[in-house]
Design a protein around this ligand. Structure first.
Ligand code: MF3
Ligand code: CO
Length: 249
């Protein structure tokens, strides 16, 4: 079932989304050589609490942190760790869910530690273009797979692949609501989008193969072949006037 959000839900999701966007903007200056991913998680959680946001990931299916911080070949769900120290050239993706008055927003941003390889820049640009294309297709009357298809096309046209194992999703009082939004597929299929739906759109792409390996910690999802991965995510409200991105400042 896909819920249509009322004014109160939308206003609270907007507050959560803007606050998270601001926090991930501010965190850029902390993404430096020698900093651990646990330190970054700690700073983000502090900033969230200061703004009255609940870190929804903490406690979700037994997960213990406010954020997922995924480096290089980690696709998603990298666990913050004091032993994981940022080094020059790292490609860092930070995924965070926060709620305000019980309503969630979900976003992911990527960062470079000093100078990264050309392919990292190209993947980052590609995953961003894929997200922006899907956001622009988030219009009343379009179908879920119209978003999927434009993501796949943007990514494959640049020689990369989309991950099949994870998908975007509806979002509201829960992190994950219907519909599921795969990052691949043919256009014109699935649910018809309607005004008042809120979607977390999150392309996950790989340098080479799209197969995923989950580590023994039960969370960390890496590329099976060790290639790099990129991820970015926004929470979007569908309106009659076009998409409103709730997670941008
Ligand atoms: N932001 C993630 C998602 O889209 C959720 C992370 S899983 C958690 O689906 F356990 F960290 F919450
Ligand atoms: Co998400």
């Amino acid at each position: 079932m896909i819920l249509i959000k009322n004014k109160i839900a939308i206003e609270n999701m907007r507050v959560a989304g803007k606050a998270l966007a601001q926090i991930l903007h501010e965190i850029k200056k902390e993404i430096n050589v020698g900093v651990s991913t646990l330190q970054i998680d700690f700073i983000i959680e502090q900033k969230m609490r200061k703004k009255g946001l609940i870190p929804v990931c903490k406690g979700y299916s037994g997960y213990k942190y406010a954020t997922c911080i995924s480096l290089n070949d980690v696709i998603v769900h990298g666990i913050p760790n004091k032993k994981v120290i940022l080094k020059s050239g790292d490609f860092v993706k930070i995924d965070v869910v926060g709620s305000y008055n019980g309503y969630c927003a979900d976003l992911t941003r990527y960062f470079f530690v000093e100078n990264v390889k050309g392919v990292v820049k190209k993947m980052a640009q590609t995953v961003q273009r894929a997200l922006d294309c899907a956001i622009n297709a988030a219009l009343p009357g379009n179908r879920v797979s119209d978003l999927s298809a434009c993501i796949q096309k943007e990514v494959e046209n640049r020689g990369f692949n989309v991950v099949r194992k994870f998908a975007g999703h509806g979002i509201g009082k829960s992190i994950h609501e219907g519909p599921e939004i795969p990052n691949y597929g043919n256009p014109g299929c699935g649910f018809v989008l309607k005004e008042g739906m809120t979607l977390a759109i999150e392309p996950m792409i790989t340098q080479h193969g799209y197969d995923v390996k989950i580590l023994e910690d039960g969370w960390t999802a890496k590329t099976a072949d060790g290639g790099l991965s990129a991820h970015v995510e926004d929470t979007v409200l569908i309106t009659e006037n076009g998409p409103e991105v709730l997670t941008r400042i």
